[in-house]
Design a protein around this ligand. Structure first.
Ligand code: SMG
Ligand code: MG
Length: 367
């Protein structure tokens, strides 16, 4: 496979409702969309970095810079046997996993078209349908939270994740648990707490949560291990796990018992599969995280989530949860059993709506 040209776009898309986390509120979703062309095939990739460095240090701005100045020039014109070789091609560039993952996603799409194979098949997944949940942002008050959760439950979601932050945690989670005793429930703090605030998690231990996601700092495996030792509820790490090596060390330390796999956060699908394989060997459950993806990233995540070790529902909700207008078709919808179908066409298995793409584009570069 040889990629001859690339087009990068910076997009802004309106979200159906604002999404509030411990690090801020998002009203619009910004992302980069990459189109690669090689061997007579097109491939699309999504960089899930956001406008602001809230979730991680990367932004649409840093990703634009590192992709156009360094990564794409280094990759264009090179021959690759598999998209997994991108790691080797970009080995002299440090960091920026979200930018790197966008190129890899587009390479998988090109590769899939060339082979006539779906991403699910290329990744070693089962295809079919995968179990999904919904991530609910921090709401203005508990009544409103109960209404929002109730609406999602009525739509058919059987697993709900609540975003929490200090002062907006136990009361909220307790109220949802009381109103929905059988709901599969989990919380995500996005690193908003310190070990000194462990008491709130010991209280939550009585709520029968599936997991507590990333309570402490992203660079602090040791304190996560100390917290896990105080809890029955499994800790799940998100931001802390940047590679299969981090996953191995976190598990060895006892810093978590579950891992949220986000392909972008670990630099691409090849590394995501490596994290999956490692966890599967150790019988550690994994699930696929979400970054409010467009239909492009969502299609690839569904393919990944069909690997056998993804035994917990992913943050891969229906398109309707996020966007009135998406850039890929068909839209993803929720089945009655809280699943979404894995695309089975070649590559990503979606087609791109070029009019919508143009409408959302803020800037564009061709390489
Ligand atoms: O894609 O449904 C989604 C969002 C899932 O909560 C979600 N993602 O830390 O896991 C997480 C957050 C990160 C994104 S916040 C913009
Ligand atoms: Mg998270």
């Amino acid at each position: 496979m040889r990629i001859q040209s690339a087009e990068l776009r910076h997009l802004r898309m309106g979200l159906k409702s604002p999404f509030e986390t411990s690090f801020g509120v998002e009203v619009d979703r910004e992302c980069l969309i990459l189109r690669l062309e090689g061997d007579g095939h097109l491939g699309w990739g999504e960089c899930v970095a956001d406008r602001a460095p809230g979730y991680c240090y990367e932004t649409t701005g840093t990703a634009w810079h590192v992709l156009t100045e360094f990564m794409l020039p280094q990759m264009l014109g090179r021959s690759l046997v598999s998209p997994a070789e991108l790691r080797q091609v970009l080995r002299s560039i440090r960091g920026h996993p979200l930018a790197r993952a966008a190129i890899e996603m587009a390479l998988w799409d090109v590769h899939g078209h060339a082979q006539g194979a779906s991403l699910a098949r290329l990744f070693g997944g089962r295809g079919g349908r995968v179990e999904v949940g919904v991530s609910v942002g921090i709401q203005p008050n508990v009544d409103r939270l109960l209404r929002v959760v109730g609406d999602y439950v009525a739509e058919g979601y059987t697993r709900v994740k609540l975003k929490i932050k200090p002062g907006r945690d136990m009361v909220e989670a307790g109220a949802v648990r009381q109103a929905f005793p059988d709901l599969r429930l989990q919380v995500d703090a996005n690193s908003a707490y310190t070990l000194e605030q462990a008491r709130v998690f010991r209280e939550m231990d009585g709520l029968g949560l599936l997991l507590i996601e990333q309570p402490l700092a992203e660079d602090d495996l040791l304190d996560h291990a100390r917290l896990q030792a105080q809890l029955q509820t499994p800790i799940c790490l998100d931001e802390s796990i940047l590679s299969a090596r981090h996953a191995r060390q976190a598990l060895e330390l006892g810093a978590c018992r579950i891992i949220n796999i986000k392909p972008a956060r670990v630099g691409g699908y090849a590394e995501a599969i490596a994290v999956h394989d490692l966890c599967r060997e150790q019988a550690v459950p994994v699930w696929c995280g979400g970054m409010l993806e467009t239909g492009i990233g969502r299609a690839a995540n569904l393919a990944l989530a069909s690997l056998p070790g993804f035994t917990l529902p992913g943050d891969i909700s229906a398109t309707d949860r996020y966007y009135d207008v998406d850039i890929a078709a068909p839209r993803f919808s929720l089945n009655e059993d809280s699943t979404i179908n894995v695309p089975d066409g070649p590559g990503l298995g979606v087609s791109i709506d070029l009019d919508a793409l143009d409408r959302f584009t803020l800037r564009r570069a061709v390489l």
